[in-house]
Design a protein around this ligand. Structure first.
Ligand code: NAP
Length: 305
């Protein structure tokens, strides 16, 4: 039996592991893929304090993983498929084993939202991608569309423009939601053409994607439909939480994010959550790591009691 099981090895989970292990808790991290979570898909991180030069996402996650292991946390690569939080000893089942623990921290993160328009499902992997860092190099000298107006869409447009000849940044409103510093970089990048007030309606092509049908909202509620020829599409319209297995086990928001109090406690005693899976407004690596530390501290106090 463990004192603390952390489900998910992203920045929040790994920070909780560092703190949990340093508090002397026997600490296990269960991660289904690779430690680091979504930051592995981020090319470089510029706003993580202490790194005055950008650091690669995967490099930062490897450092966090090594640090957690150094302090004695254990990391096992198995997918959690069910949990039982109904008794004092919590049960966590993976595809291979069953583990028990006094406390659990949920840090399962989030996954990219879909547009749910015709052609989207069909062309995923045949021109449609959700990761610029991973798939951007495939579009060297080509034309691509990026959909979204938040930090991810802005940041990824800049990254993709290193390879693509032209990036059409398609956003449904007349202004971006993302940070000003990223907006400025996008506005000053002559490879990026911004298409405001534009809604993608459909993706089309043959074996591979060839274009996107777009509706432009004009003044007086008029609309204009056009086809944009492109070789690839990157969709960055936000995230949804990985909380399917926690439905009915802890309190979730309407969108499925985990509700926590200011000390990262869920509504179930001994269960905490941190990182992008938590209901909140701003999702940042810096915020996830703070939450991870706090969640581990709460778990420590609970075990002490
Ligand atoms: P986000 O902030 O939720 O932005 C999603 C964007 O997609 C919004 O502009 C939204 O439009 C648009 N959108 C949503 N649904 C759409 C639909 N069905 N059709 C067309 N457009 C749609 O998501 P995100 O950019 O992935 O960022 C997630 C979190 O990570 C944020 O908290 C962000 O700050 C953080 N993040 C930070 C950094 C960084 O600090 N460098 C980098 C990446 C992400 P509206 O504007 O109209 O709502």
């Amino acid at each position: 039996m463990y004192d603390l099981i952390i489900i998910g090895g992203g920045p929040g989970g790994l920070t909780a592991a560092i703190y949990g292990a340093r508090f002397g808790l026997s600490t296990l991290v269960l991660e289904k893929q690779a430690a680091g979570g979504q930051i592995n898909l981020t090319e470089s991180i510029e706003n993580y304090p202490g790194f005055d030069e950008p650091i690669f996402g995967y490099e930062l996650s490897q450092k966090m993983e090594r640090q957690a292991l150094k302090f004695g946390a254990k990391i096992i690569y198995e997918e959690v498929i069910d949990v039982d939080f109904s008794k004092e000893i919590k049960i966590v089942k993976t595809n291979e084993n069953q583990y028990s623990s006094r406390t659990v921290i949920i840090s399962t993160g989030a996954y990219p939202k879909r547009l749910f328009i015709p052609g989207e499902e069909e062309y995923i992997g045949r021109g449609i991608s959700f990761c610029g860092t991973c798939d951007g190099p495939l579009f060297k000298g080509k034309k691509v569309a990026v959909i979204g107006g938040g930090d991810t869409a802005l940041e990824e447009s800049i990254i993709i423009s290193k390879w693509a000849e032209k990036v059409y940044l398609i956003h449904r409103r007349d202004r971006f939601k993302g940070q000003k510093i990223l907006q400025e970089k996008v506005f000053n990048n002559n490879k990026i053409k911004i298409l405001f007030n534009c809604v993608p309606l459909e993706f089309y092509g043959e074996q591979l994607i060839k274009g996107v049908k777009i509706k432009k909202i004009l003044a007086d509620n008029k609309e204009e439909i056009s086809n944009l020829s492109i070789d690839g599409v990157f969709i960055f319209i936000g995230h949804l939480p990985n909380t399917k297995i926690f439905e009915g086990k802890v309190e979730l928001s309407d969108e499925g994010f985990i509700k926590v109090d200011r000390n990262m406690k869920t509504n179930v005693s001994g269960i905490y959550a941190c990182g992008d899976v938590v209901e909140k407004e701003l999702r940042q690596v810096t915020i996830s790591v703070g939450e991870g530390a706090l969640a581990a501290y709460e778990a420590y106090k609970y075990v002490q009691k």
